[in-house]
Design a protein around this ligand. Structure first.
Ligand code: PLP
Length: 401
C-alpha cells in the first residue's frame, strides 16, 4: 500500500511515526484514520466527477463521531441508517436538510425522531408511509420522503447485492406507483427516489450500467410529475482494492456517464440533483488497524505472530464479514518497513478460535513480540462492524490524526 509514507523504517500515519502514535494513543489495538487522506479522497473524487453531482457520505462505513464531523464538512450530505447514526450526524453539525435516512425496519420512534429532525426519509414500505402520515399530523411537520426502489436489475460484480429480485430493501418497482399515490394522499412531502444496487464494486462499466438503469427507472416512475423529483439518489457501490490482483476503480467512465445523466436530468427532471452515496470508497483507504505482537510461536515449522487484537475488532480483515473465500487484507509490520529479510508468517489474534486470522502465510519482515502489525484498507467496516465483546478482551480505540 502506498497511501501512507514511511520514514526510518516506520509507517507514518497523520505525519507521525507509528511507534510514537501508539504511545500517544496509549494502547494497542487501535484504528487510526488519516485526515489528510480523507480530504484528499473527497477532493480527488470531486475533481474526477462532473460538477453538480452531490456527494453523500454513508456513515455506517465509519461512524466515529470525529470522522463524521470531518466528512460533514467535506461532502454535501450524510446518509444514516438508524436513529443512533442520525444523532451522531446531527451532533457533528450536518445540515438536517442534507441528511437522508434509509434502512429496512425503521422503528416508530426512529421515524418520529427523523421527522422532528426534518431529515429526508428513504421509505422502504407501506407501513412506514402509514406511520409517517400519523407522525406528521401529530408533530405538525410534513415528513420529507423519497422512495427507495428495489429495482428489477442487480449490480453486476458487486460484493453485496442490495437490489434486484426479492429483497428486504426498498419497495419493489411494481408497487411504487401505488405508494406515490399514498404519499400524495397522506400529505407527505415527496422529494424523489433512492436506488442502491450493491456494494464493493470495482467494475466501472457495471456501476455505469446500474446508474443508467436506475436513472431510466426513476424517469419512468416519475412520468406523471417529473418536476416533483428534487433528489435522485443513484446509490454508489464504489469499491476499493483489498486483495492481490484487484485494480483501483476507474473513475473516468463513471464521470462520463454521470455527465450524460446530469445533462439528461436537466431536461427530464428539471428540479433534480443527482446524489451519490458512498461509504467505503470515501474512508476505507484512509484507515489502518494497529495491533501489537504479544508472542512469536513456531509450530511444526510454521511461524505464528500472536497479536493483542483480531476479529473482535476487525471482523472484515479476518474474512468473516461478507467474504466467500478468505483472502489476506494487506498487512505489514509497521515498525519494520523496508526490512530486506522476509519470512513466511501467519498473524493471528488472541481469540480461542481458528477464525481469528489476520494474515495467512504472508511474506513479512522477521517480527518479534512488541512489533506493530498494521492492517491497511481498514477505514471502513472495522471497529463498528466487529463483535468487540466476543471473548471478553479489551476493546479497541479509534483516533483521527
Ligand atoms: C451500506 C450502504 C451504503 C454504503 O455502501 P458502501 O459500499 O460502503 O459505499 C450506501 N447506501 C446504503 C443505502 C447503504 O445501505
Amino acid at each position: 500500500m502506498t497511501q501512507f509514507a514511511t520514514a526510518g523504517g516506520q509507517l507514518l500515519v497523520g505525519g507521525e511515526t507509528l511507534s510514537t502514535l501508539a504511545e500517544r494513543v496509549g494502547q494497542t489495538p487501535f484504528f487510526a484514520y488519516d485526515r489528510g487522506l480523507l480530504r484528499q479522497r473527497v477532493a480527488e473524487l470531486r475533481d474526477a466527477l462532473p460538477s453538480g453531482i452531490r456527494l453523500h457520505y454513508a456513515m455506517k462505513a465509519n461512524p466515529m463521531p470525529a470522522v463524521v464531523g470531518l466528512m460533514a464538512q467535506l461532502v454535501d450530505g450524510i446518509d444514516v441508517a438508524s436513529a443512533g447514526e442520525l444523532k451522531v450526524a446531527l451532533d457533528a453539525g450536518a445540515d438536517p436538510r442534507e441528511i437522508s435516512f434509509a434502512g429496512p425496519g425503521k422503528r416508530e420512534a426512529e421515524l418520529r425522531q427523523a421527522v422532528a429532525s426534518r431529515v429526508l426519509l428513504n421509505v422502504e414500505s407501506m407501513r412506514e408511509v402509514r406511520l409517517l402520515k400519523d407522525i406528521g399530523t401529530q408533530l405538525g411537520i410534513a415528513p420529507r420522503v423519497a422512495v427507495r426502489v428495489n429495482p428489477d436489475f442487480e449490480l453486476k460484480g458487486s460484493g453485496m447485492k442490495m437490489g434486484g429480485g426479492p429483497k428486504q430493501f426498498g419497495v419493489d418497482v411494481e408497487v411504487v406507483p401505488a405508494m406515490l399515490d399514498a404519499i400524495d394522499a397522506f400529505g407527505l412531502e415527496f422529494e424523489g427516489f433512492h436506488l442502491f444496487a450493491g456494494s464493493q464494486n470495482l467494475r466501472a462499466e457495471a456501476i455505469c450500467e446500474a446508474q443508467l438503469k436506475s436513472y431510466e427507472l426513476a424517469l419512468r416512475l416519475a412520468a406523471h410529475k417529473p418536476e416533483a423529483v428534487r433528489s435522485l439518489n443513484l446509490g454508489g457501490g464504489f469499491g476499493i482494492p483489498y486483495f492481490p490482483g484487484e485494480q483501483r476503480l476507474d473513475l473516468a467512465p463513471i464521470a462520463d456517464n454521470l455527465l450524460s445523466l446530469r445533462e439528461r436530468a436537466a431536461r427530464d427532471l428539471p428540479a433534480a440533483s443527482i446524489v451519490l452515496e458512498l461509504g467505503r470508497y470515501l474512508v476505507g483507504e484512509a484507515g489502518v488497524y494497529v495491533t501489537r505482537i504479544l508472542d512469536r510461536k513456531e509450530s511444526r515449522g510454521k511461524v505464528f505472530l500472536v497479536t493483542d487484537g483480531g476479529l473482535n475488532h476487525h471482523l472484515s480483515a479476518s474474512g468473516n464479514f461478507g467474504q466467500v473465500i478468505r483472502k489476506n487484507y494487506p498487512v505489514a509490520i509497521g515498525n519494520r518497513q523496508g526490512d530486506a529479510a522476509l519470512e513466511e508468517a501467519t498473524v493471528v489474534g488472541p481469540l480461542c478460535t481458528p477464525l481469528d486470522l489476520l494474515a495467512d502465510r504472508m511474506a513479512l519482515p522477521v517480527a518479534q513480540a512488541g512489533d506493530l502489525v498494521v492492517v491497511f484498507q481498514s477505514g471502513a467496516y472495522g471497529a463498528s462492524a466487529s463483535p468487540q465483546a466476543f471473548l471478553g478482551h479489551p476493546g479497541c480505540t479509534e483516533v483521527l490524526v
